[in-house]
Ligand binder design. Structure first.
Ligand SMILES: *Cc1c(COP(=O)(O)O)cnc(C)c1O
Length: 395
């Protein structure tokens, strides 16, 4: 057994995030798209050692709450690289984040609130606005949504404030896109949007935050990795246009791309049983350890198959995680993996083929680095909660 598996044997149920893999994923983005500044979407995995690892690669932070702004600060990310974008910020949220980041206003009323705050403090601040643009991913027209301000409304709104200057836009329409051409087209549309916004009184575009969309492979049998070099090419072209035009900073956000595949959830098989001819492996902390597999099975149960469209960030696709029994090979059997909660919904996988496993063996579940631990109902039923670790080489 190698060092890592010894560690897992001792600590399961646990999440293990591999530093080396996180660094490689960051590097892949930085190398392919030197034109952009990257922000890490903290909500994908806010575990402090993970955040520090990503920050050390030069990433800023996309914070979805005031607390995430503070987490990013604590991870050593400088204020000017922290952007706070979320709908429904309370006055308390705004006070908490004030002076520690660039706030992205999500509505016209939030702009008014920010103006009043800045006036009360006698400060002049730069803010961004999240825009719900006149286009959608894939090219269709605008769709209603709870995020941002409709482009149409921005055009007619009064954006001249005494204490605020709108210096950037933020757009984010969807996650987990593996079609590079679609993303390139979207980036071009965002740039044109920034040009339109720059013409409005009160707006002077200095940054364009294109949001996320950068997808990662969950099911390597069915998906092809996103062609990052195509994104790089599109950004290079926009950069050239930008040079003689807006001269804005380009910002991209990503959460899952850098952490999803770097994380594995390990839990322990605590019982084996057969009911009416069906074999069950009972594990510790199934749906209350890593929620996504249970959500996939819940959807499958209701729809009759794994849905083909994602329900991000709770579900991506049928093959989103791989299940393994480390150290076991051969002697295959078909099993259901269920948890130790007193609910029948507590299922990790139905009818999957695995090598024969015994009580005490470890179950490894892949792609647990993003939307894993924090998106799981950990305190349900009062069970011991899985721990999280950053695994560094030579540990
Ligand atoms: C959650 C979120 C992201 C990160 O999405 P990933 O698919 O994990 O890369 C980026 N931007 C915004 C605005 C988000 O809400």
């Amino acid at each position: 057994m190698n060092e890592k598996m010894k560690y897992v044997q001792k600590n399961a149920p646990c999440y293990l995030y591999e530093e080396k893999l996180i660094k490689e994923r960051c590097r892949a983005l930085l190398d392919a798209m030197p034109e952009a500044d990257f922000l890490y979407s903290v909500k994908a995995n806010p575990f402090a050692p993970v955040l520090k690892t990503v920050a050390a690669q030069g990433f800023g932070a996309d914070a979805a709450s005031a607390n995430e702004v503070l987490l990013a600060q604590r991870a050593g990310i400088p204020d000017e690289k922290i952007y706070y974008s979320a709908p429904g910020k309370t006055s308390r949220d705004i006070q908490k984040a004030w002076g520690k980041c660039t706030i992205i206003a999500d509505s016209l009323s939030e702009l008014d609130r920010l103006e009043r705050c800045a006036a009360a403090k006698n400060e002049r601040i730069a803010v961004g606005v999240r825009v719900n643009p006149n286009f959608s991913m894939g090219g269709a027209a605008a769709v209603p949504g709870k995020f941002g301000i409709d482009e149409e409304q921005l055009i007619t709104a009064n954006l001249c404030f005494q204490h605020l200057k709108i210096t950037g836009i933020h757009v984010h329409l969807c996650s987990q896109i593996l079609d590079a051409d679609m993303l390139c087209e979207y980036y071009r549309s965002c740039y044109l949007l920034a040009e339109r916004m720059n013409k409005l009184n009160g707006v002077e575009i200095r940054f364009i935050n294109f949001g996320s969309g950068i997808g990662t492979v969950y099911d390597s049998a069915a998906e092809k990795p996103l062609a990052l070099e195509k994104l790089g090419q599109a950004l290079r072209e926009l950069r050239a246009k930008n040079k003689g035009g807006l001269q804005a900073r380009f910002i991209l956000e990503t959460g899952r791309f850098v952490v999803c595949s770097a994380g594995t959830y390990y839990t322990r098989i605590v019982d084996r049983k057969i009911s009416c001819g069906k074999t069950y492996l009972v594990v510790q902390n199934a749906m209350n350890g890593f929620f996504r597999p249970a959500v996939a099975e819940l959807l499958r149960q209701n729809v009759g198959k794994f849905p083909s469209s994602g329900q991000e960030p709770l579900y991506t696709c049928g093959g989103q995680s791989e299940f393994r029994i480390p150290g076991r090979d051969g002697n295959y059997e078909t099993v259901d993996i269920v948890g130790n909660l007193c609910t029948a919904l507590d299922v990790m996988a139905r009818d999957i083929t695995l090598p024969h496993a015994d009580i005490g063996d470890i179950l490894a579940v892949s792609n647990a680095g993003s939307y894993g631990c924090t998106l799981t109902p950990l305190s349900f039923s009062g069970q011991e909660q899985p721990k999280e670790f950053l695994w560094t080489e030579g540990e």
